[in-house]
Design a protein around this ligand. Structure first.
Ligand code: TRP
Length: 457
């Protein structure tokens, strides 16, 4: 496929072989630990109801318009996010400094991957635990113990997360078409099927009504300033927007594909998977007297409890953690791709060399997260452990700032004819809704949440 689209530019790294391949890759990026591990636990920590509603609002009025903006910018520039922002910045306004938005994003990708790979390492470890029947006759106390034994052991976690990073760099090194595409094709449908099986269990055996009530009954008095920022930050995180990952993928998108339809498809799939995951987790939590605000260990404790009571539980549990590992893998790939593409284009490195060096830097940084769950778990500052801080910094600050810059660029700096030619040459109603939202609603919503977060409003 060599259709370069309206900009006439072509990508150095090749193209997706089809539209479906692009949808799968962006969905693979979006669906990951964010949906299954992070969403339930932060919803639990923030009291459920009101948090979930704000998150859903943020998906629609912030996440979706920014996803469309990223894809259109990426496809127009056809380079890594730094070079694309510089090129389009010069083209649209004569200001090459827009490249710093790309720089911020490339950096944010590495920061996020540094903790993401650690959690993904847990998922890998749980494949082994499940297969070895560690959750037979489990109780609330025993699942907690299995989790703590893993997280508090820096050597064990370190080993698994190193393996995970090597696997990520390996796919990146193989390139866009052969590597990334193949990884998502099989795994996504399988993940959905397995989640539905678990949902069935949760409906029958869990405290389902209580779970639903916890998730959807708005209790706005429980939504703190931090909760509000977390809901916004999570909307960015779960859709992979705000740092240029989607922009990098958009660079390989053939010119004739509909950005609007594709973005809506990805957002719907991502949100559905997160809601199903939470509807699996909370009924199990309540039925077993677990606490919804157990934090990062929530999913790793609630799901094994359910498996232990199911016939064939060990098999289902092994499968689920295999799929979670795959989901995390396809997401991690998208965090590493912008930095890798930049090293290749700017420094002239080979793909393999770029991927190895980016992975090495990420690995070094990730040791801090490994330690923050073990040796340094008592070393708290600002918002808590090192993990709490890096998680807050990336999701609630870097991604919203990156997203704000991207939406302002697409809405205000880019000429109407440029965005229209990428999104919808007829500039129909859908285009007008996007442009109005990207210019006014999205930036104001982000600014309002950030100001509220620092206590100004
Ligand atoms: N969206 C992924 C998840 O929910 C995580 C992710 C992948 C991401 N790429 C990203 C988050 C880029 C922020 C930026 O698990």
């Amino acid at each position: 496929m060599t259709d370069t689209g309206t900009s006439g530019r072509t990508s150095l790294h090749g193209f997706w072989s089809s539209r479906l391949a692009f949808i799968l890759a962006v969905t693979g990026s979006a669906v990951g630990l964010g949906n299954i591990w992070r969403f339930p636990y932060i919803a639990g920590e923030n009291g459920g109801g009101a948090f979930v509603i704000v998150y859903l609002l943020a998906i629609v009025i912030v996440g979706l318009p920014i996803m469309m903006s990223e894809v259109l910018i990426g496809r127009r520039g056809r380079r890594n996010p730094v070079s694309t922002m510089r090129l389009l910045g010069e083209e649209e306004s004569g200001a090459a400094n827009w490249k710093y938005v790309g720089v911020l994003g490339v950096g944010a990708g590495i920061v996020i991957l540094s903790f993401y790979s650690v959690i993904a390492g847990w998922a890998v470890a749980y494949v082994i635990e499940s297969a070895g029947n560690a959750f037979e006759d489990a109780t609330a106390a025993s699942v907690e113990q299995v989790f703590n034994a893993l997280a508090s052991n820096p050597v064990r976690t370190g080993l698994w997360h190193t393996l995970f990073l090597v696997a990520t760099a390996f796919v990146i090194a193989r390139g866009v078409e052969r590597g990334i595409e193949r990884a998502v094709r099989v795994m996504m449908p399988a993940l959905i099927v397995l989640l539905l099986v678990l949902l069935g269990y949760s409906v029958v055996e869990g405290a389902f009504a209580q779970g639903v009530q916890f998730m959807f009954e708005p209790r706005f008095e429980e939504l703190t300033r931090d909760g509000l920022m977390e809901a916004l930050g999570h909307a960015f995180f779960t859709l992979s927007v705000g740092m240029g990952a989607v922009m990098a993928y958009g660079a390989y998108l053939p010119g004739d594909a509909s950005i609007m339809k594709m973005s809506v498809a990805v957002v719907v799939a991502d949100t559905a998977i997160a809601l199903i995951a939470a509807l699996v987790v909370f009924p199990i939590v309540f039925a077993n007297g677990l606490s919804p605000d157990a934090g990062p260990g929530l999913v790793f404790q609630s799901l094994p409890l359910a498996f232990s009571q199911m016939p064939g539980g060990a098999v289902i549990s092994t499968l689920l953690f295999v799929l979670l590992t795959f989901a995390a893998w396809t997401s991690a790939i998208s965090m590493m791709e912008p930095a890798t593409a930049w090293c290749i284009e700017r420094l002239g490195w080979s793909r393999a060399r770029a991927a190895s060096i980016v992975a090495g830097i990420t690995w070094a940084l990730s040791l801090l997260t490994v330690l923050s769950f073990s040796t340094l778990s008592d070393a708290t500052f600002l918002r808590g452990t090192f993990f709490d801080n890096i998680d807050f910094l990336s999701n609630s600050i870097l991604l919203p700032l990156g997203g704000l810059a991207i939406t302002i660029f697409a809405g205000w700096i880019m000429a109407r004819r440029s965005t229209a030619s990428e999104l919808d040459p007829e500039a129909g109603t859908a285009y007008r809704i996007w442009r109005f939202t990207a210019r006014y609603v999205t930036p104001l919503a982000i600014i309002a949440v950030l100001l509220r977060g620092v206590g100004v409003i």
